[in-house]
Design a protein around this ligand. Structure first.
Ligand code: F6R
Length: 610
């Protein structure tokens, strides 16, 4: 949420920063701004996307240090004044901020009483003025003034700060909002996300909460909150430029949908042996005993990751025979959860930075539970703070609507469930072997689905008008219904609900008329007959059935106005295939409606505020 980039080195800073902001734009895109050192501080900012900011820049300036920001508004509407960077009264300090300063109201009052004037509605402006107030009070060392200001702040921040009188440094600080330093040759970058630095260096240093860094072009010094100098590990980034570019696709979302066969092949690589019928997950091998001894599993996540968690619930309960609770991370943290020793929590997060998920994991750890992560972004906060975990290896996901992360999360949850079930001997060798050999075929079957995705064009065109959609599924297809509905609403702004098919009778059936598209996800499993009855109930009320079926489900195909079939697989694995046509349906409808698929209104990738 919000993107930060800072640069100090030999290159033209604004070029590097603008490029970086474009790569981070998926984290927020309601306004953008930049501040650079050019004898004095120059600030350009305004409502709108990074391209608009780029057009505002003076092509002749040659500053080699600066900071930039792309915003997702929390405090104050998206407008020119509320855009970052924010400056101090003297215009000597400029800073960009991700996170929320929770006590900004009281800090603002104190500063106002001292004569400071405020122009924006943001929490961030307070910080620029607070730092300056310490400099005016005689704490004339820039870093010291930042530390004194941060000591007064309650809330979260990822910060990059520059000062006109200290043109050779950028100060960066982190508490609850991700920040890393990109270590180059005669140049350093600071960013909220590795994709902004990947073009310049593959050497990164992740800042931890409470740390502050003074960054020069050829050096950086990181200090802990008690001002102890730290020796930080330098990590190698495994991110190629191809992965963070559209590569000929009109949108990242479409590219990522089509990357799913590769993402799942990468996710499975070296982890399964279909011949022997074994699963090997090095990330959790050391905790298997504890995991197998768990009284119950609690899965915590948000959004799409929460949906994959519900698929996980079906898998763990049916294969491992362990009780599972799937919680919204945002709810869990405020209900004093009865989670403690003997429990295992699995947190699922693509970004590894979702604030609520991070808070849920910290709470579970504090209560003594073992916490495992199912995470995409290597080195992210959640990945680092969990006791153990399994990366999904889906590659960077940039489209705001999550696609390949969902299928890779489900794949990893399936692997964990099989490995645990084998360890506990709760499934037969035969069943395990069948699941594993079917898993190995999933990338190929996904490709078959994608190869005929043009068949979804007609139905997408037909239903692009619809103001509402209903998605129905049973058993393991229920979370697929939820995910299909979420995809549609977030990128096409059509209201959509996902329901367990039988629940429809308890309310939503009242919505059905001859204008209502009802998407059903029907496999060939034990719930198929019941699903057929549910479809009849919709048809009796003239609802329009769009069915995603497993090949050979002629009964449902015959009952549907439109149907799309996916290859047969084990029932437990069917979400990996049935979700793909739903992703494409929502993509096509969003494009038909002229929506910005990669940057839907009001949304941002990676929700790092509560
Ligand atoms: C939906 C979507 C969001 C995320 C949610 C959790 O398409 O992308 O619902 O799934 O914000 O994000 P992560 O997985 O990064 O914790």
């Amino acid at each position: 949420m919000c993107g930060i980039v800072g640069y100090i080195g030999d290159k033209k800073a604004s070029d590097v920063i603008i490029k970086g902001l474009k790569r981070l734009e998926y984290r927020g895109y309601d306004s953008a701004g930049i501040a650079y050192q050019n004898g004095e501080l120059q600030v350009k900012k305004g409502k709108g996307k990074v391209a608009k900011l780029e057009a505002m820049l003076d092509p002749n300036e040659n500053a080699t240090a600066g900071i930039g920001h792309t915003r997702w508004a929390t405090h104050g509407e998206p407008n020119d004044v509320n855009s970052h960077p924010h400056t101090s009264t003297s215009q000597k300090i400029a800073l960009v901020h991700n996170g929320i300063i929770e006590n900004y109201g009281s800090l603002k009052k104190v500063l106002q009483n001292k004569g400071y004037e405020f122009y924006s509605e943001t929490d961030t402006e307070v910080l620029a003025k607070l730092i300056e107030s310490f400099l005016e009070n005689g704490e004339n060392e820039f870093k010291k003034a930042v530390q004194l200001a941060l000591a007064q702040v309650e809330g979260t921040y990822g910060l990059a700060i520059i000062h006109a009188d200290h043109p050779d440094i950028i100060i960066a600080a982190r508490k609850g909002s991700p920040l890393l330093i990109g270590v180059g040759k005669n140049e350093m970058l600071v960013a909220s996300d590795a994709s902004a630095v990947a073009e310049y260096t593959d050497q990164v240093v992740y800042l931890e909460d409470g740390e502050l860094a003074v960054i020069e072009r050829d050096n950086y010094n990181v200090e802990s909150s008690d001002s102890t100098s730290l020796i930080k590990e330098v990590h190698e980034l495994a991110m190629s430029l191809d992965e963070i570019e559209k590569g000929g696709y009109p949108y990242f979302m479409l590219k990522e949908i089509f990357e799913q066969p590769k993402a799942i092949a990468d996710c499975l690589r070296g982890r399964i042996d279909p011949e022997k019928g074994t699963v090997t997950l090095g990330g959790i091998a050391d905790v298997m005993e504890k995991l197998a001894g768990a009284k119950r599993l609690v899965i915590a996540a948000c959004g799409t990751s929460w949906h994959s968690g519900i698929v996980g619930e079906y898998l763990f309960e049916s294969l491992v025979k362990i009780p599972v609770e799937v919680e919204y991370a945002s709810e869990l943290r405020y209900k004093e959860p009865l989670i403690g020793e003997g429990d295992v929590m699995i947190v699922i997060s693509q970004s590894g930075e979702t604030a609520d998920t991070l808070a849920a994991l910290r709470q579970a750890k504090e209560n003594g539970a073992l916490v495992l992560g199912v995470v995409n972004v290597v080195g992210s906060s959640i990945a680092r703070e969990t006791d153990a975990g399994v990366y999904i290896h889906a590659g960077p996901e940039i489209g705001v609507a999550s696609t390949k992360a969902f299928t890779a999360q489900v794949t990893v949850l399936t692997l964990i469930a099989i490995m645990l079930a084998q360890y506990k001997k709760s499934i037969s060798d035969e069943k395990a072997k069948k699941l594993i050999s079917e898993l190995a075929l999933i990338p190929e079957k996904m490709q078959q689905v994608l190869d005929k995705s043009e068949n979804l064009r007609e139905v997408s065109n037909l239903f692009s008008y619809a103001p509402n959609f209903l998605y129905l599924g049973r058993s393991v297809s229920f979370p697929v219904a939820l995910e299909g509905a979420l995809k549609l609403k977030e990128i096409s702004y059509i209201h959509a609900e996902g329901y367990p098919a039988a629940e429809m009778k308890h309310g939503p059936i009242a919505l059905i008329d001859d204008m209502m598209p009802v998407v059903v996800i029907a496999g060939t499993n034990h719930t198929n007959d019941k699903m057929v009855s549910n479809i009849e109930e919709v048809r009796a009320r003239k609802g329009r059935i769009i069915a995603i079926v497993t090949e050979g489900n002629a009964e449902v195909e015959d009952l549907s106005e439109f149907s799309f079939s996916v290859p047969d697989t084990e029932d437990e694995l069917s979400p990996l295939l049935t979700v793909i046509p739903l992703q494409i349906l929502s993509y096509n409808i969003a494009v038909n409606r002229g929506c910005d698929v990669d940057q839907p209104r009001n949304l941002a990738k990676s929700v790092t505020v509560e």
